[in-house]
Structure formats: C-alpha cells, structure tokens
Design a protein around this ligand. Structure first.
Ligand SMILES: Nc1ncnc2c1ncn2[C@@H]1O[C@H](COP(=O)(O)OP(=O)(O)OP(=O)(O)O)[C@@H](O)[C@H]1O
Ligand SMILES: [Mg+2]
Length: 211
C-alpha cells in the first residue's frame, strides 16, 4: 500500500532521509518513533506529496504522490504536527470540510463530543483562536470522521489532555482494519493500538518490530 524504496532527501545539503526503504501493507497499524529531528515529519510529508525526494521512489497505492497528489490525498486522512492557521470559524470549517470530504457535519460533531469539545460553545470562534488541544481535537474529529483506507497522524496526542488521549486510543482501536501511521513519542501509551513499530534515527529506519 505504501512503498518507499531508497528515498534520499536533503534540505540545504543536510541529509534528512538517508536511503530509507519501508513498505507498509494494508491493515498495518504503525507507530513511527524517533528523536526530534529524526526525519519523521519529513517522511510523511513526502508520502503526502508535499515534498519531492532527491532519489529513490515513493508510491502510495502504486501512485507517485508528487504526480498524482490529488488521488493520493483523497485516500489519506492526515493530521499535521502543527495545526495550520485556519481563519474559518469552527462551524464554517466543519461545513467546508464536510462538503469537500463528503462526510456529514454530524459525524464530526459526534467525535468532537467524545473529545469533550463543545461545538455549540466554541463553534463561532475562529479555528485559529482555539487552544492548542482544541485545535488538535478539531482536526482529529474531521480526520476520524472520514472512512479512508489510510490515516497518517503526526503526533496526534501531543496537546491532548489525559482523558482525551484515552478517547483517541479507543477511537483508533475501531480503525484497526485501516492502514495507519501514527508518529509519536509516547511509545508505551500507543503500544496496544499498533501492530508494528518503526524506529527512525538520522533519516534511517534503525529498527522495525512487528507483533
Ligand atoms: N522545510 C524544511 N526546510 C529545511 N529543513 C527542514 C525542513 N523540514 C525539516 N527540516 C529539517 O529536517 C530535519 C528533520 O525534521 P523533521 O521535522 O522531519 O523531524 P521529526 O523527526 O519530525 O522531529 P520532531 O520529533 O521534532 O517533530 C531537521 O533537521 C529539520 O530542521
Ligand atoms: Mg515531526
């Protein structure tokens, strides 16, 4: 489903992905683990077609994400590490994404409720003005309301309170039939929702464990 073969990527002569190969099959629930600066975010950004690589190949469902970006993104629900500065009001954002992604606003609100994010109370605020954790809850609610075959979540619990982390892990248990990559520093927390752990260091995969 995801095939990365000998990918190299440099930023200003700094090698960030170093001849990295990784194949992820349908139904694999992967946690991607590694120190700050290991190249985790860069790797997922190449999968989404945000960055090109200098050499090697990347395929998502047999498509090159740089060439078939729209098709690739259609298959992937993605939550970025840092929330974008969206100026829509929360209610407008839900309406916009529900139309764009063909999901109901209700399904987003239902997940937001599980996260204890009160849309009635916060719906008229701009997304930008939400707290860090609220932004993360909003983006997760939209991503998890989708029924994509692939989910890529870049440090999805980093801003969540303890209760909401439990809610998130419970929701991910229901996504086990999907293929997902969760970047995390909370390796032990996430262990029982994943069946594979990929460790990165200095742009390389240094350990790859499957259950
Ligand atoms: N757009 C960019 N331009 C220049 N350098 C970049 C860019 N994006 C990432 N880098 C560099 O690539 C390296 C890897 O960054 P990356 O964000 O992939 O790390 P990470 O593993 O996600 O770390 P963290 O755990 O801190 O999120 C870092 O040295 C970073 O400065
Ligand atoms: Mg990162």
């Amino acid at each position: 489903m995801i095939n990365i073969d000998k990918a190299c990527k440099t930023f200003n002569k700094e090698l960030v992905l170093n001849n990295l190969s990784l194949n992820i099959d349908k139904g694999e629930n992967v946690s991607l683990i590694g120190e700050n600066g290991a190249g985790k975010t860069t790797l997922v950004r190449t999968l989404l077609g945000f960055y090109s690589i200098d050499s090697g190949t990347i395929r998502v469902n047999n498509l090159d994400p740089r060439v078939h970006r729209k098709e690739v993104l259609h298959d992937i629900a993605f939550v970025p590490q840092l929330p974008p500065p969206i100026l829509f009001k929360v209610k407008e954002l839900m309406k916009f994404t529900s139309t764009l992604l063909n999901i109901s606003v209700d399904s987003i609100v239902q997940i937001a409720n599980l996260f204890n994010l009160d849309i009635n109370h916060h719906g008229n605020k701009t997304f930008f003005s939400l707290s860090g954790g609220m932004k993360q809850k909003m983006l997760l609610s939209i991503a998890l309301a989708r029924d994509n075959s692939i989910l890529i979540l870049d440090e999805p619990v980093s801003n969540l309170d303890t209760k909401s982390r439990t809610v998130f892990y419970d929701l991910m248990l229901q996504k086990r039939d999907k293929t997902f990559i969760i970047i995390t520093h909370g390796e032990s927390e996430i262990k029982n929702i994943t069946n594979r752990r990929v460790y990165m260091q200095l742009g390389e995969v240094i350990k790859d464990e499957k259950n």
